[in-house]
Design a protein around this ligand. Structure first.
Ligand SMILES: *Cc1c(COP(=O)(O)O)cnc(C)c1O
Length: 428
């Protein structure tokens, strides 16, 4: 496989863009390879500028649940473009998308749209602080909630990959209000509530996808809900990744635990930049212009982005069973990979939720970030490179989640398992 053009493009990009990329994980730094520069996507495939074709298990890091160039989404976007790119004034599409979101998520009465997951979470935290009149927040080690200051503390995803859990440039004065707890460990949360009587909210990825895939235990989430209620603290589910990915009705439909605020992103924009946060009417009423908590955005609710999101959610609504089908494929993929790993004497921990899948090169189950960090990242890097050579594009870090799209067929899954068999055989 020649990647000559990507090598050259990466060199050029590095001269003008820090690290050659506009989001750190894309640089392949943790696997030591050269990022492929992409020319186009088609269904389950992406094609790089050297003409190599890969089955894409990244799907733009989640958003493309219907794969690349889905016809209905593409058509909706083109139609919207013809009416104008942006108005900075309300459009009916925003209300229509809001109506879909509130119908899917039982705990969302009202929702506001922004342009990224980072923005959604940042705004949700401000709202929780404004609503409760408290300053402190609790987050879990290994959960990623975007790159805003107070949340960039022991975050997963790119921050985990690069081993700089908190970033220079974030004042300690900001993060002193961020208390850290351990995922799936309720005692660590109780300790936070003992240490502080000023906790506005607890924010969690109910199905964590940014330290690899690590779902929260149901009982743990139920206890978390109880602790929040006891202390007058809001519970925020960050579902920027898991929303419309693990279930179209949110993590609450899987876990039975209801959050006060939900943050969304990725799938909700159908591939365009959209984030959202929503919750009970009484909480959302605190938001400007109804209430005093300020939040705004020139391109928020952008009509082209709304059109893409609407098309995606309409498709999910029309095919309610789609998540079961996707989950069947996600589960088959990781079960097959595990089987092949075992055949070659390699320990692999696997899990899947809806269309999300994860695997750790680890001989013990992974329940939290510390567990995840004991995984064999050297083995992962070899696996990643081997699969790329075979034409399979997996996320370039051990601490990321994989995604199945509706364009990913059963046959592709079986071929991927066979490729994994060959790769495990070479790297064991
Ligand atoms: C991706 C992600 C974010 C950040 O979203 P961006 O659109 O990248 O800003 C926040 N929270 C979670 C759980 C995510 O997966």
């Amino acid at each position: 496989m020649s990647i000559e053009k990507s090598v050259k493009a990466f060199e050029e990009a590095q001269k003008l863009i820090p690290g050659g990329v506009n989001s750190p994980v894309r640089a392949f730094a943790s696997v030591g390879g050269i990022p492929r520069f992409i020319a186009s996507g088609e269904g389950a495939y992406i094609i790089d500028i050297d003409g190599n074709k890969y089955v894409d298990y990244v799907q733009s890091w989640g958003p493309l649940i219907f794969g690349h160039r889905n016809e209905e989404i593409e058509t909706a976007v083109i139609e919207a473009v013809k009416h104008g790119l942006s108005f900075g004034a309300p459009t009916e599409a925003e209300t229509e998308l809001a109506s879909m979101v509130t119908n899917f998520f039982e705990s969302i009465d009202k929702v506001r749209f922004v342009s990224s997951g980072t923005e959604a979470v940042m705004s949700a935290i401000r709202l929780a602080r404004g609503f409760t009149g408290r300053d402190d927040i609790v987050k879990f080690t290994g959960c990623y909630h975007g790159h805003s200051d107070s949340l960039l503390v022991q975050a997963g995803s790119g921050a985990a990959t690069f081993g700089n859990p908190s970033s220079p440039g974030v004042p300690a004065d900001f993060t002193k209000h961020t208390l850290l707890a351990t995922y799936n460990d309720i005692e660590s949360v109780k300790k936070c509530f003992t240490d502080s009587k000023d906790i506005a909210c607890v924010i969690i990825e109910p199905i964590a996808g940014n330290m690899g895939l690590v779902p929260a235990d149901k009982e743990f989430l139920a206890e978390l809900r109880r602790l929040c209620d006891e202390n007058g603290t809001l519970l925020i589910f960050d579902e920027v990744m898991s929303g419309f990915r693990a279930s179209i009705f949110g993590a609450e439909s899987i876990t039975g635990v209801k959050p006060d605020i939900v943050t969304l992103g990725k799938v909700i924009g159908g591939g365009m930049p959209v984030g959202a946060f929503g919750g009970r009417s009484e909480i959302m009423a605190k938001l400007s212009p109804e209430g005093p908590v300020y939040q705004a955005g020139t391109l928020s609710g952008n009509p082209v982005a709304m059109a893409a999101g609407l098309a995606a959610l309409k498709k999910l609504k029309a095919h309610a069973r789609v998540m079961d089908v996707l989950h069947g494929r996600a589960a088959r993929l990781v079960d097959g990979m595990k089987e092949m790993a075992q055949k070659h004497g390699i320990s692999l921990q696997v899990d899947s939720r809806g269309s999300m899948f994860g695997f750790f090169f680890n001989d013990k189950p992974v329940k939290n970030f510390a567990d995840a960090l004991t995984s064999d990242t050297v083995m992962f890097a070899k696996f990643h490179a081997g699969m790329l050579d075979e034409g399979y594009y997996f996320a370039c870090s051990q601490f990321e989640t994989g995604f199945i799209s509706t364009a990913t067929t059963d046959a592709m899954i079986e071929e991927t398992i066979k490729a994994a068999d060959r790769v495990f055989g070479r790297i064991k």
